[in-house]
Design a protein around this ligand. Structure first.
Ligand SMILES: Cc1cc2nc3c(=O)[nH]c(=O)nc-3n(C[C@H](O)[C@H](O)[C@H](O)COP(=O)(O)OP(=O)(O)OC[C@H]3O[C@@H](n4cnc5c(N)ncnc54)[C@H](O)[C@@H]3O)c2cc1C
Length: 447
């Protein structure tokens, strides 16, 4: 039986990135990918990466003319439901074709020495007598195969095929995501009828978790919406959104549908000889459900720990634990803060309150730019605060919404502080998770 240092389930962007980095460090690396090479990364066409992320994470940056490249833009508007007071955030974004970019990442992994077997479907784990993972079984060309692994990484996407097959008590929650833990996303690729409507950037309507953004065709656009529960519910919300938002006239070209996790990541991302990443670990951004670069961020942390663990020949949970610690102290805390805040505010705010927040300057260009790193002037904060007080006085903002926002802010601060205080010792994990669950009970889920 073949044995690899690491076997990775899934050759999407997460699996490919991990494979490349582990192979570069000299570890024998096998990726088993259910899809054929022709189908990998075809779950939808266009995705976005913020331009600054390429160098931060050391991932390839396609340029105009490359097969992966689709378009770029810098203007990101955020708008009230009626789109009367849009606010502008400047953030350079690159639109890429997911299939082509996945193939590029897969190719780089192979060039680094990783082996990718397409058409190989993970079935289950194999275990040592002591109960620790020591390999996987998979189906390839109708036959069941077994391969040994010192570490298995689940990068199989939203269904978390590996994580959900772990035995109870293995150290990571093994339940599948529910309909309330994900966004059902509908993307309408359209042709805009009037040249005056051609896009120079994207517009996001937080009230509907909806957006219009450029696509590869400069005369076209992608109109998207994400909602929990089901695709049927998302379609209903799409109809509601179109009643209020003044979208440009368009001709529908095609519709794509997909699901993205919108929930907390598992309390632990590692167990004995095991790590989870990508959508399988719900590592998507709280602001918008995007997950390519946020998953790769976790892997930039993981690679060094996995490398050391393999070299020491100590790959039990204790030796992988620092991945949890470093992730939770940084992006984990940051995402948890924002998600708790958004869940509270978005669930509470009415359309009229959205309109007021945009009109009055509570939400401003400066505030949005501060979210992507620009400095914020005290003047902006004072103006936002006085618009807020005036809104309360004149009943443009309900007291119940303010109470919900204050509660959301408290929950956000609590969960962020709690993640930053993630235990260094796995022995303290149980009491930490108990408190985490209590805070999440208070936070609730996005409606
Ligand atoms: C409509 C939509 C738009 C999005 N837009 C963006 C965006 O603009 N920017 C962004 O960053 N993110 C975006 N996301 C989220 C992003 O697509 C995911 O976070 C990201 O693709 C996750 O990568 P992954 O490698 O973890 O999983 P995946 O890309 O899902 O890859 C998992 C791989 O595992 C394989 N696999 C599954 N089961 C098995 C098995 N049993 N055995 C072997 N292989 C298996 C699959 O075939 C697949 O190739 C969007 C999501 C949706 C739904």
């Amino acid at each position: 039986m073949d044995k690899y240092d690491i076997v990775i389930i899934g050759a999407g962007t997460s699996g490919a990135y991990l494979a490349k980095r582990m192979a570069e460090k000299g570890h024998s690396t096998l990726v088993i990918e259910k899809s054929s090479k022709a189908k990998v990364g075809t779950k939808y066409d266009i995705f976005h990466i913020e331009a600054r992320e390429f160098s931060r994470l050391g991932i390839p940056r396609p340029e105009e003319g490359d097969p992966e490249w689709a378009f770029e833009f810098e203007k990101n508007y955020n708008a009230d439901p009626l789109t009367l007071y849009p606010k502008l955030q400047r953030n350079h974004v690159v639109g890429l074709h997911l299939h082509e970019y996945t193939l590029l990442m897969d190719r780089l992994a192979e060039e680094a020495g990783a082996k990718i077997v397409y058409g190989a479907e993970f079935l289950d784990f194999t275990f040592e007598e002591d109960g620790k993972i020591n390999g996987v079984t998979y189906k390839y060309r109708g036959a069941e195969k077994t391969v040994g692994a010192r570490i298995v990484a689940d990068c199989s996407g939203i269904n978390a095929e590996g994580r959900t097959k772990l035995p109870d008590g293995y150290g990571i929650e093994n339940g599948p995501l529910t309909d309330e833990d994900m966004f059902y996303v509908i993307l309408k690729y359209v042709k805009l009828k009037n040249p005056k409507d051609y896009l120079d950037g994207s517009t996001f309507w937080a009230a509907y978790k909806s957006w219009i953004a450029p696509c590869a065709d400069p005369e076209g656009a992608i109109i998207g919406l994400g909602a929990c529960h089901s695709f049927e519910y998302a379609e209903k919300m799409f109809e509601e959104m179109e009643k209020t938002v003044p979208l440009p006239e368009y001709e529908l070209i095609k519709v794509e549908k997909g699901r993205t996790p919108y929930t907390r990541h598992p309390h632990s991302l590692v167990a004995d000889n095991f790590i989870v990443s990508g959508d399988a670990g719900s590592l998507t951004k709280s602001a918008n459900g995007e997950g390519v670069t946020s998953s790769i961020y976790e892997l930039t942390i993981a690679v060094n720990t996995l490398d050391r663990a393999l070299k020491l020949n100590k790959t039990s949970k204790e030796y992988l634990w620092e991945i949890n610690k470093k992730y939770n102290e940084t992006q984990g805390a940051e995402f948890a803060f924002l998600r708790a805040l958004l869940v509270g505010v978005v669930n509470a705010a009415s359309f009229d309150e959205y309109e007021y927040a945009f009109k009055s300057g509570i939400i401003s260009d400066e505030l949005l730019n501060a979210m992507v790193g620009s400095p914020i002037l005290p003047k902006t904060l004072i103006e936002a605060a006085s618009a807020f007080v005036s809104g309360l006085t004149h009943k443009n903002i309900r007291v119940s919404t303010v109470k919900a926002a204050v509660k959301a802010l408290k929950n956000a601060m609590d969960i962020s502080a709690h993640y930053k205080n993630f235990p260094s010792d796995p022995g303290d994990f149980e009491s930490w998770t108990k408190k985490t669950d209590e805070i999440y009970m208070r936070i609730g889920k996005i409606k």
